[in-house]
Design a protein around this ligand. Structure first.
Ligand SMILES: Nc1ncnc2c1ncn2[C@@H]1O[C@H](COP(=O)(O)OP(=O)(O)OP(=O)(O)O)[C@@H](O)[C@H]1O
Ligand SMILES: [Mg+2]
Length: 314
């Protein structure tokens, strides 16, 4: 009889997304991976940004020919794509640096990808996603055990973040609906929200419940399980940190997604100095950023909110 794998043996998958480009997704997910690895956890970091893969710059890794694309294009075994890094306990599946971006990944392929990931004998799998709300980005994000979003405090970034979260919610909702017609209704209702007096993403669900028996309590319950972990990046002053709580409230109240404010990272004006074309030198960050990463990782692990006493003068 084959032994069933216990929950602790199945790797926990964390994915980071968030709409706007340049908010710090790659920086943060690679620091989280390095932190977990430094605590003796076996970690695989995956560059799933199909348009602008650049995780190698953040982990001092010289890219090879093999990449995540080989899995989707050539059915390559995942194990063969995992590369060692110079960082103990951290391995990587790099992004594709050669050729044009991949036109589209079938849903079945994505599910096979996650099935294969869950068989890996590691503790954590961390995944960097591209900006925007492309279908594959949303599906990768939705499949993760910890769904992390990051924003800076520019209004454009926050607006894109809300858009990303709404798209995530509606993508999950569509997946619960049995017919294409009903799936189309989701966006239809949202676009005509004034007419239907719809204010929140959850109102769309309730409205669907009125027009279709297919939308039942169990679908609503599944949607209510959707949780995200919010990080505010590039913070410059103490007041900025508080903004995260407002963003969190809006996510919970209007986007109908339970949101944990996992923490913030301050703006580090030395960070850019780490980048060079040849990744030869160690990537250094300030001790404060290092501390903030630890606190964020702990909050994500436990799905807990940032403690208010973490706020100090920035
Ligand atoms: N806390 C910070 N302080 C200073 N600079 C930062 C901070 N976080 C990120 N950056 C810088 O911002 C830029 C964008 O970061 P990063 O590449 O991680 O963003 P991204 O969200 O992954 O972008 P993309 O959407 O293009 O993938 C980089 O130059 C990075 O060094
Ligand atoms: Mg990136």
């Amino acid at each position: 009889m084959t032994k069933k794998r216990t929950a602790e043996k199945i790797p926990q998958i964390w994915a980071i997304g968030g709409g706007k480009g340049g908010t710090g997704k790659t920086f943060i997910i690679s620091r989280l991976a390095i932190f977990l690895a430094s605590y003796g956890k076996r970690v695989i970091l995956i560059d799933a940004n199909f348009d602008s893969p650049n995780i190698h710059y953040f982990i001092n890794f010289q890219n090879t020919e093999k990449s995540i694309l080989d899995f989707f294009q050539d059915n390559e075994n995942l194990e063969n794509l995992i590369q060692e890094t110079k960082i103990k306990n951290l391995r990587v599946i790099p992004g594709n640096q050669n050729g044009i971006s991949f036109p589209g990944i079938k849903y079945k392929q994505k599910m096979r990808f996650f099935n294969d990931l869950k068989k890996m004998d590691v503790n954590y799998i961390l995944m960097d996603l591209g900006s925007g709300s492309g279908i594959s980005t949303l599906d990768f994000f939705l499949e993760a055990d910890r769904k992390i979003v990051v924003t800076d405090l520019e209004i454009l970034s926050i607006d894109n973040l809300f858009h990303f979260i709404r798209n995530t919610y509606f993508r999950r909702l569509s997946g619960l609906l049995p017919t294409q017609q009903l799936k189309n209704t989701v966006w239809d209702l949202w676009n005509k929200r004034t007419q239907y007096q719809i204010k929140t993403s959850g109102d769309v669900v309730r409205h669907l419940g009125k027009i279709s028996e297919q939308m039942n309590d169990s679908s609503e319950k599944k949607l209510s399980l959707l949780q995200i972990h919010l990080i505010v990046n590039k913070v410059r002053k103490a007041n900025d940190i508080m903004e995260g709580f407002s963003v969190r409230s809006i996510c919970t109240k209007y986007l109908s997604v339970e949101t944990f404010y996992s923490g913030y990272l301050e703006y580090d004006n030395q960070l850019w100095k780490n980048f060079s074309l040849v990744p030869s030198k160690k990537f250094t960050i300030s001790p404060r950023i290092e501390q903030e990463i630890i606190s964020i990782a702990e909050n994500i692990k436990k799905s807990s909110q940032m403690k208010i006493d973490r706020i100090k003068n920035v």
